[in-house]
Design a protein around this ligand. Structure first.
Ligand code: PHE
Length: 452
């Protein structure tokens, strides 16, 4: 059977953007920016996207498209009989860790969509919004149920395949998401007191930056652009032959950052207008958005639209996450695609329950902690802050020292069809010096070996 491919440049763009844009923009980016003090964190994050994110993204595209294989198979093919294939194995492991907690948060989003449709947020007050979220995270049933729904939807789309599933869904829904975020911004920015929120997001106070903040910004950059775990290898393996990899990466990174900023601009003005705490943590989105729309004409409708689009973002990102082990099982283990999808969905659900029940200290499993972190936090911390940056570091080392430069240059320029000599030279310089140096310094700094 022929291996599937996306059908056009536009399909490549929307699918890749669909992977990048997700709960990272709408949920994680705002709450981390809030916790780590706003503008200064944002600047470090942007620097990480440019100096680390893009070079790693191009590396993954090259590995994927050159081999047209899953994350493990791709590295095996490029460096047969060497341990480099474990970059792929590590990636599959990281994708599971992310999916365990990601499917849980996606479940909250689906549930909030359901609540919005039901009208639970009509005339909600700040105290109600907090109480409603609090009730979700401590319930032993609700989050698990909705996590199941999420996985069922994701599995159904993936079973339809790369073109009929991933491509069709992302191409239809990504443009909608963008429009809706703009509508939310219009409302949030016209709230009285909104300027404080804007200032918070853009005014840089470097005094607040800690080593932990820098590592978190780096981890967020990886998480945001779906890097360091073979997701972009897998999607890259479905890219068209004539796709301009530099262009796609840049467009995706820019659009993704724009969506994050727009999400921040919808959330922080509300936080300040209603006197909420910007460092409120993972519940930030769920407590602010119902408030923004609660007391306005057609607010109920906008609220439904917002959570619908958040659900889209979460779903399209999940597609790319689950695709990593699906492609692996299908190609390396010879399991039929639908079966591979179902096996993965079941596994994610089974372990993901641990995340759903431990997302809050007061949750059913919230009391089980190791070094201050419960299951939910460990899945998140281990993947974003450790495995993804480590995967990225190994990938740029692999590209710099193992894969022949000529092959990389050919892949990046589509066999010489693109005149991108300078970009290629800059890419080689970045992956050999800038990206690994930054990754190593941030790592050593965060484990305390060096003190910046
Ligand atoms: N980029 C996605 C988001 O921001 C999350 C993700 C991470 C998706 C890694 C795939 C791989 O929500």
């Amino acid at each position: 059977m022929d291996r599937e491919k996306f059908s056009s440049g536009l399909a490549v763009f929307f699918a890749t953007l669909g992977s990048a844009v997700g709960l990272g923009n709408i949920w994680k980016f705002p709450y981390l920016t809030g916790q780590y003090g706003g503008g200064a964190f944002l600047l470090v994050y942007l620097a990480c996207i440019v100096c680390v994110g893009l070079p790693v993204m191009y590396s993954e595209f090259v590995i994927g498209r050159r081999t047209r294989l899953n994350a493990v198979g791709a590295l095996k093919k490029l460096a047969p009989g060497t341990p480099w294939k474990h970059i792929g194995t590590m990636g599959v492991a990281a994708s599971y860790l992310i999916m365990f907690f990601y499917s849980c948060v996606a479940g909250w989003v689906y549930y909030y969509l359901f609540k919005a449709v039901r009208g639970d947020f009509a005339a909600v007050t700040m105290a109600d919004a907090k109480a409603q979220f609090g009730a979700v995270v401590v319930s032993p049933v609700t989050p698990v149920l909705w996590q199941f729904v999420v996985l069922a939807v994701v599995a159904a789309i993936l079973i339809m395949g790369v073109k009929n599933g991933i491509e069709r869904i992302t191409k239809t829904l990504m443009p909608l998401l963008f429009l809706l975020i703009l509508a939310c911004d219009l409302r949030a920015l016209t709230l009285p007191g909104a300027a404080d929120g804007v200032r918070f997001l853009f005014a840089a106070d470097f005094g607040k930056l800690s080593a932990a903040a820098v590592l978190t910004a780096l981890g967020l950059a990886f998480f945001k652009l779906s890097l360091g775990m073979g997701c972009m290898i897998t999607y890259g393996s479905y890219f068209t032959d004539d796709n301009n990899l530099f262009g796609t990466g840049l467009k995706v990174a820019l659009s993704d950052t724009l969506v994050s900023l727009l999400a921040g601009l919808a959330i922080f003005p509300t936080v300040f207008a209603f006197g909420l705490e910007p460092g409120a943590g993972p519940g930030l989105l769920f407590m602010t958005i119902p408030l923004v729309f609660s007391q306005m004409p057609f607010g109920g409708l906008l609220l439904v639209a917002f959570f619908f689009l958040a659900a889209i973002a979460a779903t399209t990102a999940m597609l790319s996450l689950v695709e990593v082990p699906v492609a692996y099982l299908a190609e390396e283990r010879g399991i039929r695609r639908p079966v591979a999808v179902l096996i993965n969905a079941a596994l994610i659900f089974a372990v993901g329950i641990l995340a759903a029940l431990s997302a809050d200290k007061a949750g059913p499993l919230g009391g089980i902690t190791l070094m201050g972190r419960g299951f939910f936090d460990w899945f998140d911390y281990l993947s974003s802050n450790i495995l993804l940056p480590l995967g990225g570091l190994l990938m740029v080392i692999f590209m710099s020292y193992v894969l022949p430069r000529r092959d990389i240059a050919r892949e990046l320029t589509n066999d010489g069809a693109l005149a991108a000599g300078r970009l290629v030279a800059f890419y080689f310089f970045a992956i050999r010096y800038i990206t690994p140096a930054l990754l190593i310094v941030i790592f050593l700094n965060s484990v305390g070996v060096i003190k910046l």
